[in-house]
Design a protein around this ligand. Sequence first.
Ligand SMILES: NC(=O)c1ccc[n+]([C@@H]2O[C@H](COP(=O)([O-])OP(=O)(O)OC[C@H]3O[C@@H](n4cnc5c(N)ncnc54)[C@H](O)[C@@H]3O)[C@@H](O)[C@H]2O)c1
Length: 310
Amino acid sequence: MRVLVTGGAGFIGSHAVDLLRAQGDEVLVIDDLSSGDFGWIPDDILVRADVRAEEAVHAVEAFAPECMVLLAAQMSVSISMREPLLDADVNVVGLVTMIEAGLRAGCRRFVGASSGGTIYGDVPEERQPIEECAPRAPLSFYGITKSIMVDYLETYARERDVETVALAFGNVYGPRQNPHGEAGVIAIFAERLTKGLPGTINGDGLTTRDYVYVDDVARAIERSTRQGRGLVNIGTGVGTSVLDIYRLVRSAAGHPNLDPLHGPPLPGEVRAVALDPDRARTMLDWRPRVKLEPGIAEVVRWVATHESTA
Ligand SMILES: NC(=O)c1ccc[n+]([C@@H]2O[C@H](COP(=O)([O-])OP(=O)(O)OC[C@H]3O[C@@H](n4cnc5c(N)ncnc54)[C@H](O)[C@@H]3O)[C@@H](O)[C@H]2O)c1
């Protein structure tokens, strides 16, 4: 199958591209390399272009994908809070530009990367793990654009008679994650702790997130290129606090007594997230395979053996 992946040169995208190619799919990546060029994607399948640009539109039309995986995004909550216009431009205008180009090229299936950690907002304890039928009430501009993605995909499915899936990822972690961004607390802690330096916990450390390993996420993307419809959570159903993540990373890094530093809480952050993975099980035949401790050990190993590019 011909699969076009926007944002495919990034952390999640490059793992998904590796898996799709290993399955025999013909893959083209559109990525402006704004997060950096890490060389994970061979040049001959990469079009370096902004998803809002003509060049990207032409690349979609020329490739005529059977499925599009839409991962390109401004993905920082705090940038979205400072620059909501930029966030909306990339995440909404960029998304619709790519879908429209895909439709003109005859594409019948679209898979989008939404965000289970932000679209549902603050959900009370008794409604965790969160099901897809929960009301969407994002607290950040990024959460709004990721929630709008769900609405766009559902409306395109209804109005243009195409198949669409919106995957609501938990906090994805694993090798290749940028330890210098604001997302990816496991990579950030691993980068510090493998050097024997303390990490910084923003807020009280008691906020919980659903951490899901990147190979599991890549498998969910690959499944969605062939089956499933609608909004589907990709998580484990279990929330883990930042404090517990810190403890696990410091043990894996061999510094079990190194205490964290503390910083102010980040704006637009929700308190608790655990995502019910039941729909993913029935719709995509997907369940998370990698447990947190071995997953964290893998990240620590990767960070320790790769020179960081700050
Ligand atoms: N990492 C997570 O925990 C997580 C959680 C929920 C949702 N997501 C979503 O998954 C997707 C991939 O995230 P990631 O963690 O791999 O991030 P990433 O930053 O590694 O990947 C995003 C890629 O998109 C590219 N990009 C950004 N703006 C672009 C533009 N205007 N035109 C073309 N390319 C552009 C970047 O260069 C990068 O390669 C994003 O849509 C993100 O919102 C990620």
